[in-house]
Write a protein of this length. Structure first.
Ligand code: FES
Length: 113
């Protein structure tokens, strides 16, 4: 069974509705978005095309548009609209007004037994 590693990223209100912020967690850049419907999403910040900062992209219809060349990625699955492109996604939720991120052990260099 996988052990959850939970990180508190601070107040959910720190992220304006419809926008994203880049958090650095254990050296990994993670883009966290808060949709206009107040849903949270977390994906790796670096676009697989040419490393564009996805946290600065526009979101809508469950997707983020990379600010550099416009490739789109599904915020839930990470699947890109361009062939072979995908970003890693992370489990994230709100708890008592705070953002909680569940990060996989490999980001922490912890080996699962
Ligand atoms: S760097 Fe993201 S689309 Fe090119």
């Amino acid at each position: 069974m996988r052990t959850p590693y939970l990180v508190n990223l601070g107040k959910v209100g720190d992220i304006p509705l419809g926008q994203g912020i880049c958090y650095i967690v254990k050296g990994t850049e993670i883009a966290v978005f808060r949709s206009r419907e107040k849903k949270l999403f977390a994906v790796e910040n670096k676009c697989p095309h040419r490393q564009g900062p996805l946290s600065e992209g526009v979101i809508g219809s469950g997707k983020v548009i990379c600010p550099l060349h416009g490739h789109k990625f599904d915020l839930t699955t990470g699947q890109g609209t361009e062939k072979g492109e995908c970003v890693r996604t992370f489990e994230i939720w709100e708890e008592r007004g705070e953002i909680v991120l569940n990060i996989p052990g490999d980001l922490l260099n912890i080996k699962e037994e």
